[in-house]
Design a protein around this ligand. Structure first.
Ligand SMILES: [Zn+2]
Length: 390
């Protein structure tokens, strides 16, 4: 048995509204003890009988960030496309094709090394749980190897064979939908099934058929909806009981109300808004309607090439209308909800000891000091780690 006490924590974010102040469940000058990878106690007193003590004077301790939306299995980059956008070119779903070509050509080890590099970045900025999607292979073999590589890093793997229609199926998109339903899904061991339901991607009918096929295969549904245009993605997500509907930039008032009245989490992606076509104040619409909101990195080489959840928090506050408290909660508790995880996202007795210690007296500094890495150390299941491992 090994135990660690974090003492004199200037600000402790618990997300447990029953024990602390405000939506973040804040405690001051608290002591948190972890034992065998779980949270054993949270008190105001001095610890006794622990193996080691970490003095957290002047620092903030909060749940590790839960990044519920990423696309880390790819090769190459699209810096030129980003540069073109800075000169006024619009973002479309079409750029994904260039990453598909690079990914198909890459070896398994190139794909795994690239993912490991990005995951080390994510860990260094406080992410302790991440969802990883396939979606740059778009053949049975390439989607399958993408999921196998993702599974070596996380349990939260998502089959996104329905990312775009690959070039070779442009003339007959239904043949690709058939391939997904009859070949790619049956061969996949991913936990989640996802579809990019949008203009230039998959129609509502195709989306529903693919999600239903995934559910029949034992996968859990989630969706990319309303990123580029308003459509039926939210309706489909709620009807099928999806854990989360993501992007949502062009959502209608009816979509927002539907999500708020459902169990489906509204996941907003501040990095994508920042990098593409910015829908300002997007967060307020969902928060004011009472939806459960998550924010995630959407890390991908086209529309959001960041692994930093602190950056996403800062962008959510300055661009999407979140309060700092709402953004921090969305990046921790909200992400856990979007992955249907009860064991993480909250710091209370019995939960997994996934923690971030900040070199800052308050969580407010996450948004107040944008672009500065404030992370002192990241703990996964009670262990300080600097290299991502499952
Ligand atoms: Zn995405």
């Amino acid at each position: 048995m090994s135990s660690i006490a974090f003492t004199n924590i200037a600000t402790l974010v618990t997300n447990d509204v029953s024990s602390g102040d405000g939506v973040l469940g804040i405690l001051r000058e608290a002591t948190l003890v972890i034992e065998d990878g779980l949270i054993a106690s949270i008190t105001q007193g001095k610890p006794s009988g622990v193996d080691s003590v970490i003095d957290c004077a002047g620092k903030t301790l909060l749940p590790g960030f839960v990044d519920s939306h990423s696309h880390l299995i790819f090769a190459g980059d699209r810096a030129e496309e980003f540069s073109a956008r800075s000169r006024g070119q619009k973002y479309t779903a079409g750029g994904i094709a260039s990453t598909v070509d690079a990914t198909r050509e890459a070896s398994d080890s190139v794909l795994a090394h690239n993912a490991q590099r990005l995951l080390n970045e994510a860990l260094a900025s406080g992410t302790t749980t991440i969802e990883i999607k396939s979606g740059y292979g778009l053949t049975a073999a390439d989607e399958s190897r993408s999921i196998e590589i993702a599974k070596s890093f996380t349990d939260e793997t998502t089959l996104l064979a329905a990312h775009v229609i690959p070039q070779e199926f442009k003339a007959e998109p239904y043949a690709y939908v058939d391939l997904i339903i009859n070949s790619i899904i049956p061969q996949s061991s991913a936990k989640w099934i996802d579809v990019f339901c949008d203009q230039g991607a998959f129609t509502p009918e195709q989306t529903e058929a693919i999600l239903r096929a995934g559910i029949a295969h034992g996968m859990l549904p989630r969706i990319h909806a309303n990123q580029l245009s308003a459509g039926k993605g939210v309706e489909i997500a709620v009807a099928l009981g999806a854990a989360s509907a993501d992007h949502l930039s062009k959502s209608t008032t009816a979509d927002i109300e539907l999500l708020a009245s459902s169990e489906t989490v509204a996941t907003l992606l501040p990095g994508a808004e920042f990098s593409t076509h910015l829908e300002s104040n997007l967060g307020r619409k969902f928060l004011d309607a009472g939806a459960t909101v998550a924010i995630a990195s959407d890390c991908n080489p086209g529309s959001s090439y960041t692994t930093s959840m602190p950056f996403c928090i800062a962008a959510a506050v300055s661009l999407l209308g979140f309060t700092v408290e709402e953004a921090v909660r969305a990046a921790t508790f909200g992400g856990a909800k979007a992955l249907l995880r009860e064991d993480i996202g909250t710091l209370s007795v019995g939960k997994t000891a996934d923690l971030v210690l900040l070199n800052a007296p308050s969580y407010i500094h996450l948004a107040y000091r944008p672009g500065v890495n404030l992370v002192h150390s990241t703990y996964k299941s009670g262990r300080a780690v600097t290299t991502w491992q499952k």
